[in-house]
Write a protein that binds this ligand. Structure first.
Ligand SMILES: Nc1ncnc2c1ncn2[C@@H]1O[C@H](COP(=O)(O)OP(=O)(O)OP(=O)(O)O)[C@@H](O)[C@H]1O
Length: 851
């Protein structure tokens, strides 16, 4: 056996490496040529799709739709692969060579040129180590710019078998970790490490739980796992969808390019503030408020709120039948409302039909109680106009004139108008009134006075209306019963009094309310049976069911050229704030899961009743106080609450259970990532000191890159913090090319519109609102700075990273909530190259520099 030729030998370095690069370039060129041919094929498929439509039948339009959709996806994937198509090469024992790339490429004879990185044959590229070479002798990473190979890096895994193989490289992986950050996360497909690959390729069923310290690649790994799942199980996850949930919108914007760069654009990426269609969170609550809103107690409060009388609901129902005024007062109506709610949980909005039945039954009772059914026949037709005038003066509806028989009571024994109303969902089979009661029911329910009352008394409620109504302290107190104390009621009501602002926690509450209200039956055009005669049809819509009533000859039109994604979007359309349909997903990825409140877990659980999950978290970074309650809510969201204790990597009960998947026992796979790829060792040392305070038992990750640049920790007088922060940023602008994060404490007091804001940079502001780090303050700090500088509060910084970070007032961050130290730990672990901490408390300089 001859020994490997190493490119590191001083004299031959350039020549050997250049020769190797040139050889790889020839192979890469061949792959690109084939890629061009594949592109041409995809274009031809697209043209064929359009050609099919010329056949003109409905069937051909459907075929065209599918074909165009497929071809468009294919063309998109091929375009994505154009940049850095081939990034790896494996030389295996037995001289087999495999090239690994962004997508699979085959020759026209179907021989493999490049293996997709997600294919089983590519696994060795990520998993082989010197201890466990898996048949790999040499692993080579190709660094390209566009179509050009610019550098190589080799790992010799099995020196015994090297047999003359050239080994080149100079730590390009570590160098790649130090690269400048551009503000958006990039894929790591060429440098995925073994422990990360194990997570990415973990089984598709059940729950994958990934833990790791900041910078260990949890987010990167979760995103690559989505690409892997969509590649390996396209039918299952592609059609039912994958949801990726991040903590806030900055974060989703930061990661949104990763999956498209891997050729996967179909996953749905949402922040916790955008999960409910039609509403968007505009800010974070204070820790105290978030704690209240996020706790599971809110379920009971919201149930009562939904069952309470809607604002503006009338207190009395009055109808006239055969000249007798029949009334239901507030007390009676409250009882009836409770009765309807008891029987219609989960479908309140659809229970209007049941409400109508209950009211009609109560009215009949009342009518008989006052002896109305003994009354003589009402006045004849000739007196109707007079009666109506009298009634109108009393604010009541007209006497029925639709049918002469009604006025003279001639049809008293027949159910002329049919049974009492049948509601939509949740109304159940109604006991049909008979005889005189049927006549009463039929006539009363046709009266405008009755239908108007019904609409106002049992309105179709929107989640936002229910939540903002709780801005009224009295109403909230009623809903809170004994679950919230006075202070909590006051705090919550104040936060909901302004319907213009919604917090991240509010969004979960809206989803809960939406679940309590239930969806309306989908407003679908349906053939109407004698719609003109139906008193519940108002302006072409059945007010009980929400159904739009259309012509008899209506036929669904053929929709042209809609992709399945467009169809999915349309099916989730929001109509006037009422969520049409809550989407359910086949797989849900939850990032920064340690911060989810129980209410947020419930919101996610409703979207993944049949889903498998990937959950990534770092408890040491948790801002949420009651981790035990959050854990219970998580287990219930995962459908695991009935499964009992399960050890990691167990797969009991998989697939064979007769229970619905939501409650079936699910396999769980737990992983820990241990290497910090983000921070330099110098910055990681500062983070480790904060971690030791925040969670002494936690293990820090191992940072792998030393930069030789020590973090700066500087004490400045408190009133100069803002000025010093600006100066620090300006200095860093000269030192790093990429992004800079200026991270400030959470706002301490909500900025009230109309309040004059003192100048943040003036001495007078120190003890006033100027030091509140409000959104306005952040804007003032950012004024005039280039776009690569972001000014954000500590919670907004979750999951992000910057070339350089300036942390302002760590003492304030630490003191702002019981979890303040963990929040500070997040802040100090954001920077890749340079960290500056400015503190108003000199004690913190020694805490952060010497521990
Ligand atoms: N194998 C790798 N090769 C190259 N870069 C990597 C690798 N793994 C992670 N990184 C980089 O390290 C940085 C941190 O990754 P990521 O944000 O996924 O970490 P995290 O564990 O989610 O951090 P946090 O807990 O702070 O949110 C990112 O820039 C990511 O691209």
């Amino acid at each position: 056996m001859s020994s490997p030729v190493t490119g590191r030998s001083a004299s031959a370095k350039t020549t050997v490496k250049d020769q190797e690069i040139a050889a790889e370039q020839r192979y890469v060129d061949q792959a690109y040529e084939r890629l061009d041919e594949m592109r041409a094929d995809a274009q031809a498929m697209l043209r064929e799709g359009y050609r099919q439509s010329l056949a003109g039948t409905k069937g051909s339009l459907v075929d065209r739709d599918a074909m165009v959709h497929q071809a468009a996806l294919r063309a998109q994937a091929l375009d994505i692969a154009d940049d850095g198509l081939v990034f790896g090469r494996l030389d295996l024992t037995g001289r087999e060579i495999r090239y690994v790339g962004r997508i699979g490429v085959r020759t026209s004879e179907h021989d493999s040129l490049v293996i997709d990185w997600r294919a089983p044959a590519a696994e060795d590229f990520y998993r082989a180590t010197p201890e466990d070479p898996r048949g790999v002798v040499r692993r080579r990473v190709l660094h390209s710019r566009g179509h050009t190979v610019v550098d190589l890096e080799d790992d010799l895994l099995d020196p015994e078998a090297a047999d003359g193989l050239t080994i080149v490289g100079d730590g390009a992986f570590l160098a790649s970790l130090a690269r400048t950050r551009e503000g958006a996360m990039r894929d790591i497909v060429a440098t995925i490490q073994r422990e990360q690959d194990e997570v990415i390729r973990a089984p598709a069923d059940g729950t994958v739980l990934v833990r790791g310290a900041p910078g260990t690649g949890k987010t990167a790994v979760a995103l690559h796992r989505v690409a892997y799942l969509l590649f390996r199980h396209r039918r299952r996850f592609g059609s039912r969808g994958v949801l990726i949930v991040g903590p806030n919108r900055r974060f989703t914007a930061y990661i949104e390019r990763v999956l498209p760069s891997l050729g996967e654009g179909s996953a749905s990426l949402r922040s916790l503030g955008d999960l409910v269609d039609g509403v968007t969170a505009t800010g974070h609550d204070s820790p105290a408020l978030a704690r209240l809103k996020g706790a599971e107690t809110m379920v009971r409060v919201l149930r009562r709120a939904v069952a309470d009388q809607a604002p503006g609901a009338p207190d009395e129902l009055r109808v006239v039948y055969r000249g007798v005024v029949v009334r239901l007062d507030r007390q009676r109506l409250d009882k009836l409302r409770n009765e309807v709610h008891r029987r219609s949980r989960g479908s309140v909005n659809a229970a209007r039909g049941r409400a109508a039945e209950v009211l009609l039954e109560a009215l009949w009772q009342q009518y008989t109680d006052i002896g109305g059914h003994e009354e003589p026949a009402p006045p004849g037709q000739e007196n109707l106009a007079l009666w109506n005038d009298l009634l109108a003066a009393d604010g009541l509806g007209d006497l029925d004139t639709a049918d002469g028989g009604a006025a003279d009571g001639g049809a008293a024994d027949g159910a002329t108008g049919g049974a009492a109303a049948q509601g939509g969902n949740g109304s159940g089979p109604a006991k049909k009134p008979e005889g005189k009661q049927a006549e009463f029911t039929a006539r009363v329910r046709e009266q405008r006075a009755f239908t108007d009352f019904l609409i106002a008394w049992w309105p179709i409620r929107r989640p936002l209306d229910v939540l903002t109504a709780l801005g009224d302290e009295d109403r909230l107190r009623r809903a809170a019963a004994r679950d919230l104390d006075r202070d909590a009621v006051a705090l919550l009501a104040a936060s909901w009094a302004d319907p213009g602002t919604l917090s991240y926690q509010d969004v979960a509450l809206l989803d809960e309310i939406d679940a309590l209200l239930g969806s309306l039956p989908r407003p679908a055009r349906r053939r109407a049976k004698a719609a003109d005669d139906d008193p519940y049809v108002v302006d072409g819509v059945n007010i009980l069911t929400g159904e739009e009533v259309a012509d008899d000859d209506w036929e669904p039109e053929m929709r042209e050229l809609t992709t399945s994604i467009e169809r999915l979007e349309q099916s989730r359309r929001v109509d006037d704030g009422v969520v049409d349909e809550r989407p359910e997903y086949a797989h849900i990825v939850v990032d920064e899961a340690q911060d989810l409140s129980p209410m947020q877990w419930r919101m996610l659980g409703r979207r993944g009743r049949q889903a498998s999950w990937t959950i990534v978290e770092d408890p040491a970074q948790s801002a949420w106080e009651d981790l035990a309650a959050a854990r219970t809510a998580m287990e219930s969201a995962l459908g695991a609450d009935q499964a009992g204790g399960r050890s990691s990597r167990s797969r009991r009960g998989r697939g064979r259970s007769r229970k619905p998947p939501s409650t079936a026992r699910r396999a769980r796979y737990e992983y820990e990532l241990t290497t910090n790829y983000r921070n330099s060792t110098e910055i990681a040392a500062v983070a480790t000191r904060v971690l030791a305070l925040a969670l002494p038992e936690a293990r820090p990750a191992r940072a792998v890159r030393t930069s030789g640049i020590d973090p700066i920790v500087r004490a400045v007088p408190e009133r100069e913090l803002a000025t010093a922060a600006r100066a620090a940023v300006e200095e860093l602008l000269d030192q790093v090319e990429g992004t800079i994060g200026l991270i400030v404490p959470l706002p301490t007091a909500p900025a009230r519109p109309g309040n004059a804001q003192p100048d943040l940079f003036s001495a007078q502001s120190v003890n006033g609102a100027g030091a509140a780090w409000s959104a306005a303050d952040r804007e003032r700090l950012a004024a005039g700075l280039p776009e690569r500088v972001q000014v954000l509060d500590v919670l907004e910084a979750k999951g992000l990273e910057f070339d350089a970070a300036v942390i302002v007032a760590p003492e304030t961050v630490a003191a702002q909530s019981p979890r303040g130290l963990r929040v500070l730990y997040v802040a100090v672990s954001r920077a890749t190259q340079r960290l500056t901490v400015l503190t108003g408390d000199p004690k913190w300089t020694s805490i952060l520099t010497t521990g």
